[in-house]
Design a protein around this ligand. Sequence first.
Ligand SMILES: Nc1ncnc2c1ncn2[C@@H]1O[C@H](COP(=O)(O)OP(=O)(O)OP(=O)(O)O)[C@@H](O)[C@H]1O
Ligand SMILES: [Mg+2]
Length: 265
Amino acid sequence: MQRYFGKTVVIKYGGNAMVDEALKYHFAQDMVLLKHVGINPVIVHGGGPQIGGMLNKLNIESRFYQGMRITSAETMDIVEMILSGKVNKEIVGLISKSGGQAVGLSGRDANLLNAEKLTIEGEDIGQVGDVTTVNTSVLDALKDFIPVIAPVGIGKGGQAYNINADIAAGSIAAALKAEKLLLLTDVEGILNEAGERISSVTLNDIHDMTKRDIIKGGMIPKLKGAIDALSAGVSKVHIIDGRLKHSVLLELFTDAGIGTEILNG
Ligand SMILES: Nc1ncnc2c1ncn2[C@@H]1O[C@H](COP(=O)(O)OP(=O)(O)OP(=O)(O)O)[C@@H](O)[C@H]1O
Ligand SMILES: [Mg+2]
């Protein structure tokens, strides 16, 4: 534990890994434990399944392009309501129940995540944003609390942008020069063509696997988040299985080698 004392660990809490009630509570307890032992967890959450569920109820179709949700103005309203309202406050509530003090924020608060419209390969995917700059002053001001961040960015005109949570987490880890970036998800880690977990990969391996369509969909933005973090000096990026009880503690404090470690190179 001493290794991480006073250090910042950015944790991307995946929407798919936060559907099970017991796991959600364990996750919140783990965050409180980290804070108690002098580590600063910064949580960035997703909410894919929760957004999808609400859009379904409203008969709005979910469509994705390279793992990013195509976001019309109408969809953006739902995305923000679910992320900043429902999911964010639920995590804050669970941390409170576990004896900790969390503050829920969105990237729109205090210009935390400045964003501009993202276009991929010339495609217009609506109000999806890319992070231009991160203003960490609000996080510095909240250092005694556990920040829980919804990945909604703010444009120059104050408008909301839907930002993939992996990308948001990568840029926040980069801006904070975090010790580690942990991306919790709903698979064991990066899987190879045979469906087996790869324990360690380089960015080059990942580029190759993406070209060969082995890495696709929701795994693609994790790659971008990892690149942003690693190139800013974050020493370690891990994709871990959020379905495992206490996965964050297992990764930080044991040599069990869960998940996939992403290495520069
Ligand atoms: N090579 C691969 N190895 C593992 N998973 C992969 C791979 N290629 C694509 N995937 C997909 O990526 C998914 C994880 O990303 P996804 O966006 O669905 O969830 P998340 O990022 O954990 O949650 P959220 O998007 O809600 O924040 C896996 O469930 C899997 O279907
Ligand atoms: Mg995702």
